[in-house]
Design a protein around this ligand. Structure first.
Ligand code: PMV
Length: 332
């Protein structure tokens, strides 16, 4: 069949149980299962056209050609799609990020998930979310989870076929009411990217074996808390898991951290506030200095007020649970 151009949209996600470390870097198999929430307001739209009149794969994001590193990740995804579809044509990829300027949220998860979906569809493959998540995984680990909406679990697996993501059951009220406040201290690119940070941690951090066990235990505790809609339990598990992940970096050689002084000040401030007032608000942090606060809809205004009092210069973006992959024949 003739490949047809196809737009797809994928949303980024925030992990409540973090992915940190690969057991097979070539196949992109993570050391542990992880679990995230797909976010409504941060997404990428991507168009893929397979065409014979291009010299090779090309990718622009917001009109700009990307770096060699970003293109390599995209080509890994395109190669997976071509292999499955029996295609050899190069692809023209046009991508647009809808992530509020410098929101401190990586667009690689949404970008590579949107690419996997658009490419598969353009190649005439009609795949399930589970199959698409395997393809997205070859571009970026966190992209595996951005294929589905709501709460999503990435099963680490033991080979290419068994490492995929699926939605996780959660109480409907929790899915509806959970809110994420991205608190932005810095929009500078991080000094150590997640791939290098993970590799250094796996190779040298004496805490790494303890981390994979901890992540497994946290996940086992989180699943029933999500199903029961027990937000304080969900938040406490997520905050503890994020801090355990960051402890790994201090125990690496050489030691490093993604925290800025403000990162720690916010985590400690939130913990003290929570102890003093009955406000369910919890922190989680990815491979950077910015903090994402988890709370419920009824408490967003109080958390925003508290942030304005204590961190008046930080930028804050509020969002909620978002959907899985969506397709558009034309750009919306
Ligand atoms: O897949 P990457 O390279 O974007 O790594 C993601 C790492 C964390 O964001 C820190 C954790 C996670 O599970 O998303």
């Amino acid at each position: 069949m003739m490949p047809t151009p196809q737009w797809a949209r994928a949303h980024t996600n925030i992990a409540l149980i973090k992915y940190w470390g690969k057991k097979d870097p070539k196949l992109m198999l993570p050391a542990n299962d992880s679990l995230s929430l797909t976010l409504a307001d941060f997404y990428t739209d991507t168009l893929v056209r397979f065409r014979g009149d291009c010299p090779g794969d090309s990718l622009t994001i917001d009109g700009q050609p990307v770096s060699a590193g970003a293109l390599t990740k995209a080509v890994r995804v395109l190669d997976e799609v071509r292999r499955r579809a029996g295609l050899t044509l190069p692809a023209q990829v046009i991508s647009r990020n809808h992530v509020p300027t410098a929101a401190g949220l990586a667009s690689s998860a949404s970008g590579l998930a949107a690419l996997a979906a658009a490419a598969a569809q353009a190649a005439g493959l009609h795949l399930t979310e589970q199959e698409l998540s395997r393809i997205a995984r070859h571009g970026s680990g966190s992209a595996t989870r951005s294929v589905a909406g709501g709460f999503v679990r990435w099963y680490a697996g033991t080979d290419d076929a068994s490492s995929y993501a699926l939605p996780v059951a959660a109480a409907p009220a929790l899915l509806q009411d959970i809110r994420v406040l991205a608190v932005i201290f810095s929009d500078q690119p991080k000094a150590i990217g997640s791939t290098a940070g993970m590799a250094q941690t796996v190779a040298t951090s004496s805490y790494f074996p303890a981390w994979t066990e901890r992540a497994e235990r946290d996940l086992a505790a989180l699943l029933p808390a999500l199903a029961a809609g027990d937000f304080p339990r969900v938040g406490a598990i997520a905050e503890g898991n994020a801090l355990a992940m960051h402890a790994l970096t201090w125990a690496a050689r050489p030691p490093f951290t993604y925290f800025l002084p403000a990162t720690l000040a916010l985590v400690q401030g939130i913990q003290a506030w929570r102890a003093a007032a009955p406000v369910p608000v919890y922190a989680t942090i990815d491979a950077g200095p910015n903090v994402k606060l988890l709370t419920l809809a009824d408490h967003v205004a109080a958390v925003q007020e508290w942030l304005a009092d204590h961190f008046p210069t930080a930028r804050v973006v509020v969002t909620h649970a978002g959907p899985g992959i969506q397709y558009y024949p034309e750009r919306k």
